[in-house]
Write a protein of this length. Structure first.
Length: 335
């Protein structure tokens, strides 16, 4: 969050949520979110296409809110990663957007990275870019189910798998802002499951919606619905995925002594109540000295957690208390 001094002239702030499946732009003022627009993330054209799409969506959100785009000078970005730096600016090297990383042929491009910060800084005075799980973590700590919890993590189970980490009240960032890419922890060398990053047998290869679809040739929604309905093959695939996801949570707990996980993402949003017992059986049946008392919950901000996280990155210091009291994002959820 920026200081109130650096943003005291900002009447409006913008947020971008960039994922492997969809991109959202949101505009807000002190009273709360004003408008939000969503599109599938661009994956064709030049490597500039996603950044140019982000600009266009911010313009569309401003138009929808009746806000002159020229008055928007501050933007927070919640984005899938990893990030790399080129000439000091952040580029996205996201395996679920950039087809040149693993060269598996499923993505219609050969990009190795996307020049996001370069494009945004041509138009905005203040730009803050964080991993989407880190941004979601800050939002949940400010407004949601992690308020007052010092040892915690936000985890997404969706197109990809990602973590945002907080230990002793300190958010972890790392040298390039990539702390929390535990979705690329190597879990087994006995699997042919390949991740978009090129690894075989990492968490994301074994668990993510994108990679489950690639392996099973069924959309994740169809696969999970079939499993819940009792389809034996679907049930076996999802039980295996839940096992690996639970072990990933155990590994992070063992390494960082986590107290609470907030889990978001489309898969958990739709199926969390069914998956949770399977995940908890992997997380909490080993080494109770480390795992006793560890809990799971869904985001208090629900499906808007990464959008609100993006806004929180650049929110003036005198806004959050007002937002906590009024919960203005609820109106946007309802609409």
């Amino acid at each position: 969050m920026l200081s109130s001094k650096s943003t005291q002239s900002s009447l409006f702030i913008g947020g971008l949520d960039i994922g492997g499946t969809k991109m959202a732009a949101i505009v807000a003022d002190r009273s709360g979110p004003l408008a939000r627009v969503v599109e599938p993330t661009a994956k064709t054209g030049t490597e500039y296409a996603p950044a140019e799409q982000a600009l266009r969506l911010l313009k569309d959100a401003c138009a929808k809110a009746g806000v002159p785009f020229e008055e928007l000078d501050t933007v927070g970005v919640s984005s899938c990663g990893p990030f790399i730096r080129q000439q000091g600016k952040i580029r996205l090297a996201a395996p679920n957007i950039c087809g040149g990383i693993a060269r598996r042929g499923e993505l219609p491009n050969d990009w190795m990275s996307v020049p996001l910060e370069e494009v945004l800084r041509r138009h905005f005075v203040q730009v803050v870019i964080r991993n989407d799980c880190v941004a979601a973590l800050t939002a949940e700590r400010a407004f949601g189910n992690l308020q007052g919890v010092d040892d915690c993590a936000y985890v997404t189970w969706s197109t990809g798998i990602g973590f945002g980490l907080c230990v002793d009240g300190h958010l972890l960032h790392g040298k390039n802002g990539n702390a929390g890419h535990a979705g690329h922890m190597l879990m087994t060398d006995q699997s042919s499951a390949q991740c978009g990053c090129g690894n075989y047998g990492d968490v994301e290869a074994l668990v993510s919606g994108y990679n489950l679809e690639a392996r099973c040739d069924r959309p994740p929604a169809e696969l999970f619905d079939a499993a819940r309905a009792g389809d034996p093959q679907g049930r076996a695939v999802i039980a295996e995925a839940a096992k690996w996801f639970g072990r990933a949570l155990f590994n992070v707990t063992a390494a960082l002594d986590i107290e609470r996980f907030v889990i978001g993402g489309a898969i958990w949003h739709h199926h969390g109540e069914w998956l949770e017992p399977m995940v908890m059986s992997e997380l909490c049946t080993r080494l109770p000295a480390l795992t006793n008392g560890v809990s799971l919950s869904s985001p208090g901000l629900d499906s808007l957690v990464t959008d609100i996280g993006a806004l929180h990155l650049v929110m003036p210091e005198d806004w959050p208390n007002e937002w906590r009291a009024r919960k203005p994002w609820q109106q946007l959820q309802e609409s």
